[in-house]
Design a protein around this ligand. Structure first.
Ligand code: IMP
Length: 200
């Protein structure tokens, strides 16, 4: 089955290809960039909006991922605002020096300075939109936020997220190691399993 990946985020794109290709799916990148406004208040709503918009525009089964970091002591923030956390009034805007990922991480570390509870989880909702309906699955990865960034793999908050049971951050894991335990890996394998059972 040919699946169009409804994202402009190169980190996500790489991971989705890496996870779905070995499961027998032909993963296709969008022929051109398309920004979809994420007006939903949940990961599921936003994933649905993106998958449907790409399907309607390009006419292929479209897969969207909406994901983020949920931090307990921040009341669930950055959550659905993970990609633009630095620019929110909540917690004070962070100046954009370098990449948006770096600014997001600086703000997160500032807000957690001196806090004992550093529990967090990554959450992903994936939606495959085709034949006028959306099929969805979700995945989580629990862990904690470390004091300073470590490692060069992955993207986003990976350098400050240490998965449960590991002494390395997500950015210090091999790509395949991340895929085995990541929120995205878990969600995509569940979705592939569902698809298999739908007999499509
Ligand atoms: P979205 O494009 O609105 O789903 O934004 C997702 C944002 O959540 C990304 O830009 C990252 O900041 C963060 N995020 C999601 N998944 C990961 C991950 O696997 N590692 C690190 N950060 C992630």
């Amino acid at each position: 089955m040919k699946i169009l990946v409804a994202t402009t985020n190169p980190g996500k794109l790489r991971e989705i290809e890496r996870i779905l290709s070995p499961l027998g799916y032909e993963v296709v990148e969008p022929p051109e960039k398309m920004e979809v406004e994420e007006t939903g208040s949940t990961f599921l709503e936003n994933a649905y909006l993106k998958a449907r918009a790409y399907h309607d525009r390009f006419g292929l089964p479209a897969l969207a991922d909406d994901s983020g970091l949920v931090v307990e002591v921040l009341g669930g923030y950055p959550g659905v605002f993970s990609s633009r956390f630095y620019s929110l009034e909540f917690g004070g805007r962070e100046e954009l020096r370098g990449s948006t990922d770096e600014a997001n991480v600086r703000k997160l570390l500032r807000l957690l300075e001196g806090r004992e509870n550093r529990e967090a989880k990554f959450v992903a909702f994936v939606v495959l939109y085709f034949q006028d309906r959306g099929l969805f699955a979700s995945g989580e990865c629990r862990g904690e936020i470390v004091d300073s960034p470590r490692g060069s793999g992955g993207f986003g908050y990976d350098p400050v997220f240490k998965p449960e049971g590991y002494d390395r951050t997500m950015a210090e894991l091999e790509p395949e190691e991340k895929d085995r335990i990541s929120h995205r890996g878990r969600a995509l394998r569940k979705l592939a399993d569902l698809l298999g059972r739908c007999n499509l």
